[in-house]
Design a protein around this ligand. Structure first.
Ligand code: G6P
Length: 622
């Protein structure tokens, strides 16, 4: 989704803004723009559609734009097509043509989010003589700020708070006012925004990687707050315009973690960071040979009082929930529902205080997951967030937080955050089982031992990539790929299929193997690739039978199974083996070859692996 950056300080702003935008490219975008001011001079706006280098070319890598204070934006189109005129920044005055050039305006701004009542606000502003040059909701907000600013002759902070009271929806806004050189004003509701300060400079960004090179001291501006940012200083205000104090956080992420470090793509680098991501997450939850949930605030009494678990998430995080469902149900004997956050938020599910709603989210900012969390809290359930980004909105609003330690994830297709979430959920399942007395002390020790070996087993899988690389080049022209499995193998199939389709653009679906005969098998033709996930001994033969039914209709088969299951080779065309582990925890291993298969297929097809079309890393609008 859209990315915002801002800079005010002693250095030339535009190159810093471009550098920040480049670090936010992973969020997904279709156009970009900058507004820079030079002292008292008006803002100069430059915009370009397509990749960021077009904007960099237009501005001589930013050098052509003079000025030490500016805002920048990558836009993921919601209202209005991805054209130059719709690209941000937007201005309060009129704009001709592409909207680039010197602008005679009092306010210029960038926005991430959606203003739901923009049509009604636009009508109001039209009645007051404003004219609009774009189709965006952002232009409406910028003009509304300008309207209050002039009508009441109030300062920027009050003009912004009045605007916030009128708009519905979500926003992170960064605004510059002609009369306030060197200052940027920001506001936020339900869309991420951080503010970093250094000695003589301040930075704004949608996410940490954009400013990590310059500072590690950041503020997480709260919902419905306004910030007044000047070089090296920031003040915060609530909706009444009263000043409030926020604590500064020190980012501990290593700046190198947000660079490719010799790998061709972020996705490949992040696939290789999985042993560390899993180990770090595991070590943060296991102390002296026991699982310790003290930092989450979940007590044994709370765990014993639970009668129901609801896991709510989007995308791959939802797939983690699907896998965890089987593990929690089997080990802790608790009923588990797994819900898509976008569905959960609009359902009237009865919840009670004996329900624990677990929201899984890498970014901690996904709009639907955040809304689902709020619904769960309103209905009286206990809430636990499993989140990777410290200080994110979901982490701040949940009753309890369990942080995964995957570090910054840049590739749109998640890999290491998924794996960190999975191990966190497995540890939670084992601890719930132990506390509830559904596993013995011996079984508990065995489970912990098995989980502690997962990082090393992932590392072993990563040592043997060549066969998958070869197979990926062979299937790169496939039209359809079906992933099938039962039980936990179905959950693994869901993630394998998503990894494949989102970065290779090959149509792919995951099916519970037993469902094939209810429709999907009619899609099997000569050479259709069917990938069977076969890690659960109880269900293994049944899935193999389903694969044979596909083979009889012409399918080409790949089997993914554990070492030792060599009989698979007699039935399928290509076999991938993973090391043995306790079957409850096998998803952590089985997913890795499927990630690699998706990755190498995308590379074979010459696609933009890290930034697949139309997708965004962090989906901050509904
Ligand atoms: C996007 C990302 C996925 C992610 C999903 C949920 O679709 O591309 O990788 O699984 O959002 O994001 P979250 O940050 O809530 O885990």
């Amino acid at each position: 989704m859209c990315g915002i950056v801002g800079y005010t300080g002693k250095d030339q702003a535009a190159p810093i803004l471009l550098d920040g935008l480049q670090k936010l490219e992973y969020r997904g975008y279709d156009s970009a723009g900058l507004a820079v001011r030079d002292g008292k001079a008006l803002a100069e706006v430059v915009k370009a559609t397509g990749k960021l280098y077009h904007l960099a070319d237009k501005t001589d890598q930013g050098r052509a734009l003079k000025g030490n204070c500016g805002i920048g934006h990558t836009r993921w189109a919601t209202h209005g097509d991805p054209s130059t005129v719709n690209a941000h920044p937007h201005v309060s005055g009129n704009c001709t043509g592409s909207g680039s050039g010197k602008v005679e305006s009092d306010v210029a701004g960038v926005h991430n989010g959606i203003i739901e009542n923009f049509a009604e606000l636009k009508e109001k502003l039209l009645r007051h003589g404003y004219a609009f040059y774009s189709d965006t909701d952002t232009e409406v907000v910028v003009k509304l700020v300008d309207y209050y600013y002039k009508k009441y002759k109030i300062g920027p902070v009050d003009a912004i708070t009045r605007t916030m009271v009128r708009v519905r929806g979500s926003y992170a806004l960064a605004l510059m006012f002609k009369d306030y050189p060197d200052e940027i004003f920001a506001a936020r509701k339900d869309s991420p925004l951080i503010i970093g300060t250094a000695e003589d400079a301040s930075f704004l960004a949608s996410d940490v990687p954009a400013i990590l090179k310059y500072t590690r001291s950041v503020y997480y501006i709260d919902n419905l707050q306004v910030a007044r940012v000047s070089p090296g200083q920031v003040k915060f205000y609530d909706l009444n315009g009263d000043e409030v104090t926020l604590n500064q956080t020190e980012i501990t992420w290593d700046a190198a973690a947000a660079e490719k470090g010799g790998f061709e793509h972020f996705m490949l680098k992040e696939i290789h960071e999985q042993p560390a991501a899993v180990r770090d997450t595991l070590n943060s939850l296991v102390k002296n040979g026991k699982i310790d949930l003290a930092e989450t605030g979940l007590t044994d009494d709370m765990i014993r009082s639970l009668t129901q678990i609801d896991i709510v998430a989007c995308g791959s995080a939802w797939h983690v929930g699907m896998a965890a469902q089987y593990v929690i149900e089997e080990l802790a004997q608790l009923p588990v529902r797994v819900e898509l956050a976008s569905e959960f938020r609009y359902r009237n599910l009865p919840l009670s205080e004996s329900t624990l709603v677990i929201v899984i989210s890498q970014s901690g900012e996904t709009a639907d997951s955040l809304a689902a969390l709020r619904v769960a809290r309103e209905r009286g359930a206990k809430t636990l967030a499993v989140v990777n980004v410290i200080g994110s909105t979901i982490a701040r609003e949940a009753d309890h937080v369990l942080y995964t330690l995957a570090g910054p994830e840049i590739a749109v297709a998640t890999t290491k955050a998924y794996s960190a979430q999975l191990i966190a959920m497995d540890l939670l399942a084992v601890q719930m089982a132990f506390v509830r007395g559904t596993v013995s002390a011996d079984a508990y020790a065995h489970d912990l031992e098995e989980l502690s070996l997962i990082p090393e087993k992932i590392r072993r899988i990563l040592e043997d990539k060549e066969r998958l690389q070869w197979f990926a080049s062979k299937i790169a022209n496939a039209h359809d790929i079906f992933f099938i499995g039962r039980g936990l193998d179905y959950a693994i199939s869901l993630e394998g299929s998503l990894k494949m389709k989102e970065i290779s653009y090959i149509h792919s679906e995951a099916y519970a193997a037993g469902e094939l005969k209810h429709g999907t098998i009619s899609l099997i033709e000569n050479n259709t690739l069917v990938i069977g996930v076969l890690t659960q001994s109880r269900l293994y033969e049944k899935t193999v039978s389903n694969m044979m039914e596909c083979k009889s209709r012409g399918a080409y088969l790949m089997g993914l199974t554990t070492n030792g299951n060599f009989s698979v080779e007699d039935s399928v065309n290509f076999t991938v083996y993973i090391p043995k582990t306790d079957e409850h925890f096998v998803a952590s291993l089985a997913v890795v070859p499927l990630q690699l298969l998706g990755y190498y297929t995308s590379v074979s097809r010459g696609l933009d692996v890290d930034k697949p079309r139309n997708l965004a890393k962090s989906v901050t609008v509904e």
